[in-house]
Design a binder for this molecule. Structure first.
Ligand SMILES: [Zn+2]
Length: 437
């Protein structure tokens, strides 16, 4: 019994090492061969078409599968000739773009490495079909919903949107064995009750409320586990499990119910890393999954790395916290000064646009963490354009407490130049004056 356990343990460690090694190679291949070259949030339909032209030139099969509500083309990419059917779709939410670029890079690398054994295995064992950017109208406007204002991921049963009808048709006509449902989640989602952002979260999706398992569901747990092992060396502690409440009108849940067990992959964010890094993480995850199906190694993967993932949590972290600030309200008479912590968050925008930052909470915030924290105890802080209240812009002027400042000055900034200015989430004056914690 003990020996069997030891063997299992050694085997588990070996298989994790093997996956880590392969993941390191996939990371290097991505660095050398990826063709996605702009931040995913900046990718419009026309940029997608450029990427797809690149794939076609390499000889990859790309077809128009249907049209969006505003008549934009929706494409399907295909690779491989094997009987196992793998179906992937991305960006059914227009402002959730990371996986679209990662899919492009995955097909690029598969095509460019067709002489390699691991790709030959994939080609022989499976056929992969992928729809990148299912919601091109939403992607164009960088909004969640489609042009009709409908959340496609709540339209799996009603089928009021052409995009949902297309997705269902592509599934029903082909009956894939596995589905990959690719999304982005809030950047401030954490992996469990920690202060670590969930850069990637997985969910092996059940097809009913009772959580009935199946062979496909168990296989997907092993695949998710393999992907977790592959990503772990890159983002330790930053992988979570998405909430597994059954959503009766969502596509992932219904794909599973219709006979195509689905894996949900949600990309979050990682402080200090850009969007391309997250494309690379998606790419490594996808290739790990298809490679382990291609060479049958998924069969020997333990589901434990998936099963032991911490659940996604929210409401624990902010982009910035300024600790122990003295917040001056210039609109009150006499000027009210509140000693408190102040939390500030960005609002999500395309990378090419400036993201505004807003005051999200003021008070005693010791139970929360900032991705960046500052010790403001020696400073008065005042709003540049608006009083510092929850929901207002976080445009901050900092003054040393030792200074005499007339808070009623008509042009405060000119008459009393601040020691530091924090604007649009950056120090535009006096960086380093307020100490980073
Ligand atoms: Zn989504």
């Amino acid at each position: 019994m003990k020996i069997a356990f030891l063997f299992a343990l050694v085997f588990l460690v070996l298989s994790i090492n093997m996956q880590a090694q392969t993941a390191a190679e996939f990371g290097k291949i991505w660095e050398k061969q990826h063709i996605s070259n702009i931040f995913p949030s900046n990718v419009r339909h026309k940029n997608l078409k450029n990427y797809l032209d690149g794939l076609k030139k390499l000889g990859v099969n790309v077809v128009e599968a249907g049209r969006s509500f505003s008549d934009r083309e929706i494409y399907q990419i295909e690779f491989g000739k094997g009987p196992l059917k793998v179906f992937m779709w991305s960006q059914m939410h227009g402002d959730e773009p990371t996986a679209t670029s990662a899919l492009i890079d995955m097909f690029t690398v598969l095509q460019k490495n067709r002489n390699k054994d691991w790709v030959k295995n994939i080609e022989k064992v499976m056929t992969i079909r992928a729809v990148p950017m299912l919601n091109p109208d939403g992607a164009e406007a960088y909004v969640r919903r489609n042009e009709q204002g409908i959340d496609i991921n709540r339209d799996a049963l009603d089928l009021k949107t052409p995009e949902a009808r297309l997705l269902k048709k592509l599934r029903d006509d082909w009956s894939p064995d596995i589905g990959f449902n690719l999304h982005n989640q809030n950047a401030l989602t954490t992996a469990g009750q920690t202060n670590k952002q969930a850069a990637i979260s997985f969910l092996v999706v059940y097809g009913d409320e009772k959580k009935t398992t199946s062979e496909g569901h168990e296989r997907n747990k092993r695949l998710a586990s393999a992907m977790v092992s592959a990503l772990h060396p890159y983002i330790p502690g930053h992988i979570g499990r998405y909430d597994d409440g059954f959503a009766p009108t969502a596509f992932g849940d219904n794909f599973s119910a219709w006979g195509t067990p689905a894996i949900l992959i949600e990309t979050g964010a990682l402080h200090g890393r850009d969007e391309m890094f997250l494309v690379k993480m998606n790419f490594i995850a996808f290739l790990t999954a298809v490679k382990s199906l291609g060479d049958n190694t998924e069969k020997s993967v333990s589901p434990i790395n998936y099963e032991s993932l911490p659940n996604n949590a929210s409401g624990r972290i902010f982009n910035f916290i300024f600790r122990n600030a003295s917040i001056v309200d210039r609109t009150s008479q006499p000027h009210n000064v509140l000693a408190a912590d102040m939390a500030v968050n960005f609002e999500r925008r395309r990378a090419e646009l400036t993201s505004p930052a807003f005051v999200r909470q003021i008070g005693h915030l010791s139970a929360f963490a900032g991705l960046e924290e500052y010790d403001a105890k020696d400073f008065n802080v005042v709003g540049r354009f608006q009083p510092l209240r929850t929901g207002n812009f976080s445009e901050l002027l900092f003054y040393r407490k030792s200074r005499q400042v007339d808070w009623s000055a008509a042009d405060l900034e000119k008459e009393f130049p601040p020691d530091a200015i924090f604007s649009l989430g950056k120090w535009i004056k006096g960086e380093g004056v307020i100490q980073k914690k």
